[in-house]
Design a protein around this ligand. Structure first.
Ligand code: HEM
Length: 498
């Protein structure tokens, strides 16, 4: 029986939305319908990052009312908001935690897209633009952190600016003039302020526009598993998907407001040279992993900083070019164990470095300790995930165990493989740190015959380890943690089933 109700029966709110729609053309399919399967929060993390940005813009614009970008009064103007403006402290806290949420969401969005292979064809450029947006988001954190001019923020910013020193002179002076660091405190503060409230928002909006344009062209990436026709059905962007996004945004904003109310931020003391003597400079949490790498003894040694910066830059370059390296059509997690494990190791190392940085402010980290902790983290994650893959895909085990007579022989094979893996990893960690310290030594003490012999020894070791690892990964059957086909050199202790 057809719905006899007419539009006149709709409530005033629905009628108003209808009126708005008919005048503003809201349901005009500017944004393509989204597939049913994407009505799932994991598909909207990017959108939630935009929501976090909007919250930052709104709270930031309100804070502009009172904030004075002058090093002599910046702290007082911030303290005034904290102590004298109604809900001022809450507002500042929401702006700070909103920044944290935006950085965390952008990172989660990146890793989600990595694990579901959304960086693959045709979305490589969305990934590259995404990386740029990630940088802008970190830039917001770096420039915003200085503005209250507290002893913590000024010292941490100075540590950050100190990283410009080893750059080639023209780059270093360009960066310093861009950041206004040569013109005194207020010049620097005003420049950071301009970058924070004008340059970065403009760049982010431009990048977002480009990205949304590509998103509209490609649509959202489909899941790797088979999806039903119902799931493929389109859901109109307005009002359905919009309402869904509003629900998610409401949940996110509510959580942010509640956390800001329950854990209000306390303004650290104002910057002064005297106060600065009493604190150990430490960057905010999202830069702690870099800070910890820079504190490793070999990088603190004379000539070590440029190498540390090169290493960190290489990490970002690797992320940038990822879509052009990881190009295979395969998207299923089950069939991408190597990339999945690399992704998990990446997250684990970031978490370990960040926490380690938090609990060891100002302390130099001995090389061996760094090699052990970072190597150990990679090893533990790799071994655990080999196990996870084994358990998750135990259905393979049935087939395999039919071939392999006794689980004892399988166990021994796995132990040998794990032992070889351990050797390679520890050997690799030592060879890499050895190469780095020989380079640093030669950089500080000059090139000597002994130094060159040392370096070539370590580099050969690195080469062998890399070759061995590639060969092992190539031969490794991750589903059951054994060597796929028998390789005499790697079969010591392997039971002879023939
Ligand atoms: C401020 C930071 C960022 C914002 C505001 C943002 C925003 C968005 C939005 C709104 C989408 C549409 C789908 C969704 O909502 O998830 C999206 C898709 C995407 N983003 Fe981002 N993004 C940011 C950072 C990044 C980063 C750091 C990367 C990777 C390095 C990245 C890679 C991608 C990719 C590959 C897609 C396509 C996903 C798909 O269609 O399945 N984004 N982004």
């Amino acid at each position: 029986m057809a719905d006899e109700r007419s539009e006149a029966d709709d409530g005033p709110l629905v009628q108003f939305v209808r009126w708005l729609d008919s005048r503003l053309g809201l349901s005009y399919p500017l944004l393509r319908p989204v597939p049913q399967y994407s009505i799932n929060p994991f598909y909207w993390i990017g959108a939630l990052t935009v929501v976090a940005f909007v919250i930052q813009a709104v709270t930031g614009i309100i804070l502009l009312i009172w904030y004075v970008p002058d090093a002599t009064v910046a702290y007082q103007s911030t303290a005034y908001v904290f102590n004298s403006v109604n809900y001022g402290r809450f507002l500042q806290t929401v702006h700070l935690y909103g920044a944290y949420a935006m950085i965390l969401l952008a990172f989660m969005h990146m890793m989600r897209n990595y694990f579901v292979s959304s960086h693959k064809k045709p979305r490589e450029m969305m990934w590259v633009v995404g990386m740029l947006m990630g940088f802008v988001t970190l830039g917001f954190g770096f420039t915003g952190y200085l503005l209250p001019w507290t002893v913590i923020s000024v010292d941490a910013t100075n540590v950050g600016l100190g990283l410009l020193a080893p750059l080639p002179p023209f780059l270093s002076s360009l960066a310093q003039s861009l950041l206004g660091t040569t013109g005194g405190d207020t010049a620097e503060l005003v420049r950071f302020y301009d970058i924070h409230i004008v340059i970065l928002p403009a760049v982010l909006l431009l990048l977002l526009f480009g990205k949304m344009y590509m998103f509209e062209a490609h649509g959202t990436g489909a899941p790797a598993k088979a999806i039903s026709e119902t799931q493929k059905k389109g859901v109109s962007f307005f009002p359905d998907a919009t309402l869904y996004l509003l629900e998610l945004s409401a949940l996110f904003s509510a959580a942010l407001l509640v956390i800001s109310a329950v854990f209000p931020y306390t303004l650290p003391p104002q910057f002064s040279v005297a106060a600065s003597q009493t604190v150990v400079p430490q960057p905010d949490w999202y830069f702690l992993w870099m800070y910890q790498i820079l504190k490793i003894a070999v990088f603190e040694a004379n000539g070590g900083l440029p190498i540390a910066l090169t290493l960190i830059t290489l990490i970002f370059v690797a992320l940038f070019v990822l879509p052009f390296v990881d190009r295979g059509g395969e998207k299923r997690l089950a069939n991408r164990p190597k990339f999945v494990i690399l992704g998990v190791i990446f997250i684990a190392e970031l978490a370990v470095l960040s926490y380690w940085g938090l609990v060891t402010p100002g302390q130099t980290i001995p090389d061996e300790q760094a090699a052990l902790v970072l190597g150990g983290t990679a090893l533990i994650v790799a071994v655990v995930f080999v196990g996870v893959y084994r358990i998750m895909f135990s259905r393979l085990r049935g087939k395999l165990s039919a071939g392999v007579q006794s689980s004892m022989s399988m166990k021994r094979a796995q132990l040998w493989t794990a032992a070889i893996f351990t050797l390679l990893l520890v050997g690799g960690a030592l060879a890499i740190s050895g190469s780095i310290s020989s380079v640093v030594q030669m950089a500080s003490l000059g090139i000597t015959g002994a130094g060159l012999v040392n370096l070539s020894f370590y580099l050969t070791a690195v080469g062998l380890v890399v070759l061995g690892t590639i060969y092992l990964l190539y031969r490794l059957d991750l589903a059951n943690g054994t060597i796929k086909t028998k390789v005499p050199v790697l079969q010591v202790g392997w039971p002879n089933e023939e």
